[in-house]
Design a protein around this ligand. Structure first.
Ligand code: OAD
Length: 227
């Protein structure tokens, strides 16, 4: 089976009702990302950060995978599919995709604020600063914030090196190191981009840009790949 590697970003979840980051004037759900998604924000105002991610979890609980997520699952019938996602939602999981690698963490996990190895699946939508890990420190969202290392990046690089086909869906490719993953594919690997807008990718050979929203774009992708 050919190895089909898929890199997803906020755009694939847009049609499930989750807003992308850069399509809303630099604000993310009415917040400056620096106020809610950095270690400094957590230091300065952990209540605001906790509330922000509580809202994100509530929003996610009301969202469902869309046709694009479901098509990626269907592609497993013919391809060895691995999904590297920058999204912190669980819509790929709920579409039953098998191999999912979260580069930027997961909304449905919390972790100790003193020991990054103590990670817990969430048991509720809303957390407070009273919720502690087994070592007694406050639980923080299991999210890779701006300025933090991306522990999954080496795994993602190894996966990209093996790609027979790379598909990029709904990411502006502006945030590193995720955006640099395309540089690790073998020469001449076909790349399919599904995004209604231009994305930040250097002129590589073999790029096919399907300029549609994810749901329509994934239908077209499936047709192309099934040929
Ligand atoms: P962006 O908001 O930067 O980019 C979203 C992309 O999705 C854009 O290229 C849009 O054109 C495209 N898009 C919008 N609607 C779409 C649709 N219906 N179908 C397909 N594409 C659509 O989001 P990301 O690239 O995912 O990091 O952002 C990368 C990272 O920056 C995020 O993971 C997050 C963020 O700040 C952290 O939280 C650490």
């Amino acid at each position: 089976m050919k190895k089909l590697i898929i890199l997803t970003g906020a755009g694939i979840s847009a049609e499930s009702g989750i807003k992308t980051f850069r399509d809303s004037d630099g604000l993310w759900e009415n917040h400056n990302v620096m106020d809610v998604a950095t270690p400094e924000a957590w230091e300065k105002n952990p209540q605001l950060v906790t509330d922000f991610y509580n809202e994100r979890r509530i929003q996610l609980s009301k969202s469902k995978p869309n046709r694009a997520h479901l098509i990626l699952k269907e592609l497993e019938k013919k391809f060895d599919v691995k999904i590297i996602t920058q999204n912190v939602d669980d819509l790929h999981e709920r579409a039953n995709s098998k191999n999912i690698y979260h580069l930027h963490g997961e909304l449905n996990k919390m972790r100790s604020s003193v020991d990054e190895n103590l990670i817990y699946k969430t048991t509720k939508l809303e957390y407070s600063l009273e919720d502690k890990c087994e070592k007694g420190s406050v639980l923080r969202p299991h999210i890779v914030w701006f300025g933090e290392a991306v522990p999954m990046i080496d795994t993602a690089i190894d996966i990209c090196k093996e790609a027979d086909i790379l598909v990029i869906i709904g990411t502006g490719l502006n945030v590193y190191p995720a955006a640099g993953l395309v540089n690790y594919i073998k020469d001449n690997t076909p790349i399919y981009i599904i995004d209604p807008a231009e994305v930040n990718i250097s002129n590589m050979p073999n790029i096919t840009h399907i300029k549609n929203k994810a749901t329509i774009g994934c239908e077209k992708l499936m047709e192309i790949l099934n040929k």
